[in-house]
Write a protein that binds this ligand. Structure first.
Ligand code: ADP
Ligand code: MG
Ligand code: ZN
Length: 505
C-alpha cells in the first residue's frame, strides 16, 4: 500500500516550480455542550455516555443551535478580519459512514457565517523577519463525527480488523473550519509560512479563549493542500494531506509534498487529485482516496434549523470583546522587557510567553522570570515532550523560589533541585525544601570543616594555591560543593578557602 515515489531535493524543486498552498483547519470549540444538543463536550468518558436522541440522530429529534458556538465563531471571524454574514444557513452534507449517526453532517456550505478575511504571519528568513498576508476564504460552523475503533487487526485500520466499535461521544461537538484562499508567492518559505499560519491561528484562538487548541488531543487538525506549477503556467492539481496534527508536521507535510510532486512533474507525470495521509515517523505521506471524481455530498439547506442572522449590534458588542492581537502583544512585551528579537524568539519557541508574563506580574524581576522558564524548565519540558505549562510549576512557585534565592537561603543549584521536586509532585517550594532538607549551609564552621577535609584530600592542590596559583582553588571549591550536596554558596567557599590559606586574589 505504501507507494514510494522518488523525490526531488527541496531547493531544486523550488528552483523549478512555484508552490500554491491551501490550509483547512478544524478546531474544536471549548463550549460546555454540543453544537445542537445539551450533551457535555468533555474529552474521555465511557463510550456512548455523552449522547442523546439529537446527537444520535434518532427520528423525530430536533436540533437547536448552541449560542456560544455561534458567538465564538463570530469572534474568531472578527479576529481574522472577516465579514460576518447578516443571514446564513446550515447545510446537510450527506454521506454514509458509521461515524456519522444521521448519515449526514450538519455543516455550512455556500453560506458561511464569516468570510473574506486575512491573517498576517511572520517568518524568519536569513535576511530577517518577513511578513505574509494569508487570506481567509471562510470560517464556518459544523459538528464533529463519532470515533471508530477497528479491533483485532495489526494496524488499527479497518483493513484486517475483526470488528469495529463506534463511540458517539464526540459526535456533535462544535467545530469551526477555517479555510484559506490559495496562498501564492511563498516560494521556498512555503513550509514555514504554513507552520507560522497555523501557529498564529492557534495563538489567536487561545487569546480569544474559544478553544484550548491542544493539537495532541486532536482539538486542532489541519488539512494541507499543495500544488506545484512551472512559473507563468496555470496552477497545478492539488493534493490534500489530511488531519495533520502538530505544527512541525504541518511544515514537514508541505515540504515533503513539494519534493514528491516535483519528482512526478519532472518525470512528465501527472499529479493526481487525492487525499493523503501524513506519517509522523517517516515525515512522508502515502495516498488515501482519489478525488478525481468530485464526490457528491448532495448539500441542501438544513430544514430543521432556523437561519443564523446575527444582529449588527451584537456583532459590534462581540468586536469589543476581542483581545489584543497576539502579534501586537508580542511586540509590546518585547519592548517592555527590552530584549532582543532572538531572545524573544527563544521565549516564544519555548512556549513560555504567558508564563513569563504571569511570573513578572507576580512580582519577579523580568530577567529572572525569563531565566527560569527558558532555562532549566524549558529543557525539562523538551526532554519529556510536554508543554511547559504541563510540568506543574507555576508562576507562584517561581516567585517563592526567587524570594528564597534572594534571601540567600537557596543557591541556584538548590533551587534547581526544588524545581525537580515540584515536577516530581512532591509539593510546593516550601514543602520540597523541608522534605528534601534543602538549605544553603551558611554556617562558617561547617564550611571550614568541609574545606579542611578537601585540602587534606588534595594536598598537592593546596600547595599550588599556597604558591599563588589561585586558579587551582576551583578544585577545592568543587569538592566542598560536592560534599555539601550543592548546599553551599560557592563564592563564599572560595573566599573562606583563600583566607584559610592566607592568599589573596
Ligand atoms: P475541499 O472540499 O476539496 O477540501 P475546499 O475548498 O474546502 O475544498 O479547500 C480547498 C483548499 O485548497 C482551500 O484552502 C483552497 O484555497 C486551496 N486550493 C485551491 N486550489 C488550490 C491549488 N491549485 N493548489 C493548492 N491549494 C489550492
Ligand atoms: Mg477539504
Ligand atoms: Zn446529544
Amino acid at each position: 500500500m505504501t507507494a514510494t515515489h522518488d523525490t526531488v531535493p527541496f531547493a531544486e524543486a523550488i528552483a523549478a516550480f512555484d508552490p500554491v498552498l491551501g490550509l483547512e483547519t478544524h478546531v474544536e470549540l471549548g463550549t460546555a455542550s454540543k453544537m445542537f444538543c445539551g450533551c457535555p463536550t468533555m474529552f474521555g468518558g465511557a463510550a456512548n455516555t455523552h449522547v442523546c436522541p439529537v446527537c444520535l440522530g434518532l427520528p423525530g429529534s430536533l436540533p437547536v443551535v448552541n449560542r456560544t458556538a455561534v458567538e465564538s465563531t463570530i469572534r474568531m471571524g472578527l479576529a481574522l478580519n472577516c465579514r460576518i454574514a447578516e443571514w446564513c444557513r446550515f447545510a446537510r452534507k450527506n454521506y454514509f459512514y458509521p461515524d456519522m449517526p444521521k448519515d449526514y453532517q450538519v455543516s455550512q456550505y455556500d453560506e458561511p457565517l464569516c468570510f473574506d478575511g486575512y491573517l498576517d504571519v511572520t517568518v524568519e528568513t536569513p535576511d530577517g523577519p518577513r511578513e505574509f498576508r494569508v487570506e481567509i476564504e471562510r470560517v464556518h460552523m459544523e459538528e464533529d463525527t463519532g470515533k471508530l475503533t477497528h479491533a483485532g487487526g495489526a494496524t488499527g485500520r479497518i483493513h484486517g480488523a475483526d470488528y469495529s466499535l463506534v463511540d458517539y461521544n464526540r459526535a456533535g461537538i462544535p467545530l469551526i473550519e477555517i479555510v484559506t484562499k490559495p496562498i501564492v508567492g511563498a516560494g521556498a518559505l512555503a513550509p514555514q509560512v504554513a507552520r507560522a499560519y497555523v501557529t498564529e491561528l492557534r495563538d489567536l484562538m487561545r487569546a480569544l479563549g474559544v478553544s484550548d487548541v491542544r493539537m495532541e488531543e486532536g482539538s486542532l487538525r489541519c488539512d494541507v493542500n499543495v500544488s506545484l506549477s512551472r512559473p507563468g503556467e496555470p496552477w497545478g492539481t492539488r493534493s490534500e494531506t489530511k488531519n495533520v496534527n502538530s505544527l512541525r508536521s504541518v511544515e514537514r507535510a508541505v515540504l515533503s509534498e513539494i519534493e514528491r510532486q516535483a519528482a512526478v512533474l519532472r518525470d512528465g507525470g501527472r499529479v493526481i487529485q487525492e487525499t493523503r495521509h501524513f506519517h509522523e515517523d517517516t515525515g512522508r505521506s502515502t495516498p488515501g482516496r482519489s478525488k478525481e471524481q468530485a464526490e457528491d455530498y448532495r448539500y441542501f439547506p438544513e430544514p430543521d434549523l432556523v437561519p443564523v442572522a446575527p444582529p449588527r449590534d451584537w456583532v459590534e458588542q462581540l468586536r469589543a470583546t476581542l483581545p489584543e492581537p497576539p502579534a501586537a502583544r508580542r511586540a509590546r512585551l518585547r519592548a517592555e522587557w527590552g530584549i532582543s528579537d532572538h531572545e524573544f524568539q527563544t521565549l516564544v519557541n519555548a512556549g513560555a510567553l504567558d508564563l513569563v508574563e504571569q511570573t513578572i506580574a507576580a512580582g519577579v524581576d523580568s530577567a529572572a522570570a525569563r531565566k527560569w522558564w527558558t532555562g532549566e524548565l524549558a529543557r525539562t519540558a523538551n526532554d519529556r515532550g510536554v508543554e511547559l505549562a504541563a510540568l506543574g510549576v507555576t508562576p507562584q512557585h517561581i516567585k517563592r523560589l526567587e524570594e528564597l534565592v534572594g534571601a540567600g537561603s537557596l543557591s541556584d543549584s538548590l533551587a534547581r533541585q526544588v524545581l525537580e521536586g515540584i515536577i516530581a509532585g512532591e509539593g510546593d517550594v516550601d514543602e520540597v525544601v523541608a522534605s528534601r532538607g534543602l538549605a544553603v549551609v551558611s554556617d562558617d564552621a561547617a564550611l571550614l570543616e568541609a574545606i579542611d577535609a578537601a585540602l587534606a584530600e588534595q594536598p598537592d592542590v593546596a600547595d599550588k594555591i599556597r604558591g599563588g596559583k589561585v586558579q587551582a582553588a576551583g578544585a577545592i571549591v568543587g569538592a566542598v560543593m560536592k560534599a555539601t550536596r550543592g548546599q553551599a554558596d560557592a563564592a563564599k567557599v572560595r573566599a573562606l578557602l583563600l583566607e584559610r590559606l592566607g592568599v589573596s586574589e
